[in-house]
Structures are given as C-alpha cells and as structure tokens.
Design a binder for this molecule. Structure first.
Ligand SMILES: *Cc1c(COP(=O)(O)O)cnc(C)c1O
Length: 321
C-alpha cells in the first residue's frame, strides 16, 4: 500500500483489533514495515497498541467525548481526532496540544462541516493532520472528485501540518487523493476494495477448522437443526469444529469448505460450534484433519453475502491468530 501511495507516507487503520486479525499479530508487522501512524476508533483500543508503538503515533478516530478521554490522551500520548466543535472546545479547555481534525466533505458521518471551519474553537486547535474520509472510493462515482475538491478548498482556509484523505480504495483512485498521508485498512488485511488492487493484494488470513467426526448418511437421513438437508443417496460427511460463534455465520450455508483444492459443500444449517460438509470429494479425510475456509476475501464476500470488512472482523476468538 505504501508503494501505491506515491510520495505520501502511509499509515495503517488498526481499529477493531486490526480488522479482527489481532493487534498482537499485525501491529508489529505494520510497524516494522514502516507505517507512519496508526488509527484506532476507540480509546479502549489504545492500550493494546501502546505495547508496540508510542502514543504519539496512535490517532483515535472517534475523538474525545468526555473529559476523561482528554486526560487519557495526555497520560498515553495518543492523539485525538477532533470531529466536532464540541470536541474542539473540550480538547482546548483540557489544555490543548497537537491533535488531528476531521472535516466532513460529503460522507455525513463524523467531522466538522466545512462551514464550521471559521469557528474560534477550530482556530484554537493545533492541527497536525487535517483529514477527511471518502464515501464512495470503491466506486467510480462523481462523489470522489467532489469530496476531493471540497477537501482542497478547506485545506486552504485551515492551518495544519499535513493532509490525509485516502483509505485503501482511495489509494487506488489516483495520486490526487494521496495527499501527505494515506490511511489504508482493509487492504492491509487482504481486502480488495477496487479491481485495480486485485493483482497487488494477497490473502492474509487463512482460517482453518478441524474435522471432529466423520459419518456416513443413508438415503433419507436429515442433517442438523430442522433437518434442512436430506441425503438423496448414501453420503459420507464430516462434522467440522466451526460455527457462528466463530464468526462463520448462517449466511455461509450453501457455501463450501476446501481440502487441497477440493470443495466440500456445507450441508444444512450452520450451528453455533459445528457445520457438516459433504465428504464425497475427499472420502479419505478423518477426525483431526484440517479444512480451509474459502477466505480469499472477494470470494468470501460473494459466498457469504457479507462485506469483506465483515468477513474479517467477525472472525471469532477461537481462531488462533
Ligand atoms: C477505517 C478507516 C480507514 C480505513 O479504511 P479502509 O476502507 O479499511 O481502507 C481510513 N480512514 C478512516 C477515517 C477510517 O475510519
């Protein structure tokens, strides 16, 4: 992602435990790869990151909602992203200091409105990174150019050290979106937000689950809760240690697990801790053998109906990171 970011420095979104893949696993790798800064959503995510990087490198996207957040920022060095006039006043009255500032240029989520840029509470801030967030970077939409234009305008009227606009998909748009600092998240973890990234991004997470038991279904035998699958003929099956408590949600019903390239269709409902697969394509498999989940993320999204983001962040704690 850094190579694709041109002359911009590249940060890393590490919120949601590095999109479910684990701060302890991912953050040292991102740090050693030279990531220029790290973005979390919640203050509660700061301590986990502090084990690997100094507070000054950690930005908290949700900003200070309470005075306690300001004290916590000072104690840890973590840098708040200011998202509203209220947050600007709170930060300044708690003592101020360097912060980042989010401006809303069209996503209508967090950030001050461009019309609020002249407010005295904003003028009082010591803004390091002035940032905005793209709503439709994964599409070829006029909104991208429009947000880019609005961001450039506001950057002229507001003192700051650096500017930042692009998420993973935004990096693939064009260099006009790169500014001083890019903020990829999804693509660091194997997600492909735009077709242009398909040849540059590899799968990162390779979840596997073990076979607990094998059994032979006779014609007419029904599998699992509500007996949704009824064997039309004798069928070898495997009961697999994988379920919705692991983030393998019911939307995966009808998909398959994989063993050495062979697809093993899921039979019946996904249970909390188990699924059943058809072993016809791999009848030699036995208790303890490992199966792969189809977790190349564009495929995973298609098969499950989840977004690539969801497919990553729902992965349960029982998977070893
Ligand atoms: C999550 C997030 C990112 C990263 O977005 P991806 O689409 O995962 O690359 C960047 N900036 C902000 C403000 C975010 O909330």
């Amino acid at each position: 992602m850094d190579a694709l970011s041109g002359s911009a420095a590249t940060g890393a979104a590490i919120k949601a435990d590095c999109y479910g893949l684990g701060v302890d696993t991912c953050l040292p790798v991102l740090r050693d790869a030279g990531a220029a800064g790290f973005f979390v959503a919640h203050w509660s995510e700061v301590p986990g990151a502090l084990a690997y990087v100094p507070g000054e490198k950690i930005a908290v996207l949700h900003g200070p909602l309470h005075d306690a957040d300001c004290s916590f920022a000072r104690a840890t060095g973590a840098v708040p992203v200011i998202n509203s006039l209220e947050q600007a006043r709170r930060w300044t009255s708690s003592g101020g200091g360097p912060c980042h500032l989010m401006v809303d240029t069209g996503i209508n989520r967090l950030g001050i409105a461009p019309g609020e840029a002249g407010d005295p509470s904003i003028a009082a801030l010591e803004v390091d990174v002035l940032m905005s967030h793209l709503a439709s970077a994964d599409e070829d939409s006029d909104r991208n150019a429009q947000q880019s234009r609005r961001f450039a305008e506001i950057a002229q009227s507001l003192p700051h050290k650096r500017t930042s606009l692009a998420n993973s998909a935004g990096i693939a748009l064009d260099e006009g979106f790169h500014h001083d600092l890019t903020r990829p998240g999804l693509s660091l973890y194997g997600g492909i937000a735009r077709a242009e990234l398909g040849s540059r991004i590899r799968q990162v997470a390779f979840p596997q689950a073990a076979i607990l038991q094998t059994r032979q279904l006779g014609t007419g035998d029904a599998v699992g809760y509500n007996g949704e699958f009824v064997a039309p003929s004798p069928t070898p099956t495997a009961i697999v240690s994988l379920g919705y408590a692991d983030g393998f949600l019911r939307g995966w019903g009808g998909a398959y697990l994989i063993h050495e390239g062979r697809k093993l269709p899921l039979l019946g409902k996904v249970s909390m801790d188990m699924v059943v697969v058809d072993l016809s394509a791999a009848p030699e498999l036995a208790e303890g053998d490992w199966l792969d989940l189809p977790y190349y993320l564009p495929d995973a999204a298609r098969l499950s109906g989840l977004s690539q983001y969801e497919a990553l962040t729902v992965l349960g704690r029982r998977f070893r990171r």
